[in-house]
Design a protein. Sequence first.
Length: 394
Amino acid sequence: MGNLIPRWHKSINEIEEFHWKSLTREETIPFYQWSWLMALEKSESIALNKGWQPLHLCLWRSNQPIAIALLYLKFHSYGEFIFDHPFVRLAEELRLNYYPKLVGMSPLSPVEGYRFFIMPDEDESNITTLMLQIIDDFAIKNGILSCNFLYVDPKWIPLAEKSEYSIWLNQKSLWKAEGKKTFSDYLSAFNANQRRNIKRERKSIHDAGLNISTIHGDEIDLEIMQRMYELYARHCDLWGVWGSKYLSQSFFQELSKANYRNNLILFSAYKQNPKDPIAMSLCVKHEKMLWGRYWGSKEKIDCLHFELCYYTPIAWALENGIESFDPGAGGKHKGRRGFVNKPHTSMHRWYHKTMDELIKAWLPRANQLMLDEIQTLNNELPFNSDYPLLSITE
């Protein structure tokens, strides 16, 4: 390891923002930027008493960080949106403690892009191998059963595979512009029946007397983010214990600050007063990518969710040169609104020999079944899309 010193950090605040930026660079998506991660901690949306203990591994050389692995010690599986219940049950059968576990991801965000951030002049392969060995040693020493990297950047997969981390495939949805420039272009890809359905759904919003507006940049302030939080909280409360109400009010207040606004887009529905929205959705953007994150409504209005979470964001994306739109976790109805099903990858290591062997024997079949399911879903889409045949070897 030479002159490299590994340190474990229990808060993102222990790594100064300018150091973080030197590692992640400008092209890093918002969910992995220091300010976003700090807002999660500062607002106590992420905290030990919420089951998330920050535990970031950083390699230092002469008071300069040269690599970092964003990690959390997790005491449950909520907020990951990858459902590892089979692994939990297996651990119980083997009389093992499944928790705590190590998790690498941007908390509460099922967003593809996880990797270790390494200075560009360093040997990425060797540094990754070294960091994975440090993580393995730490886990074994402290009786941690597993390490799990979720929503992995596809380009990072070979580096983790080199250290014998196992691939587990799950499903996500993604819309791509595929050369479309207007909403009419978007509609033209659907079969005639679904085109009529989408037009009918959008017309129903107009017939309900609703106006739709887009809020971004300096238009975003503390008042509008307070409204967004109230709608988000209301929506989560409707689902009771399954409502995934992970974010605190102060997190939305943090997002109202100037350094976040350029990455946020709010889509609002109102009747007369734009400052009194009936419903809103919040999306995050970066360069040619858009992510759908949170939504809520004061009234139950047919098709309003489709309008604010799919149709209006897609129309905005087409007008603003966005190439891809990730609508977030869940929802089989996405396929009928233009979203193709895709696999996403997580990488795992289990530190108990029997558990490791059993899961590794199960994964190839499980992954192929997931690819088969995705292919079946895509074969039933009511539109033409240039999606490839899927193979476990790809």
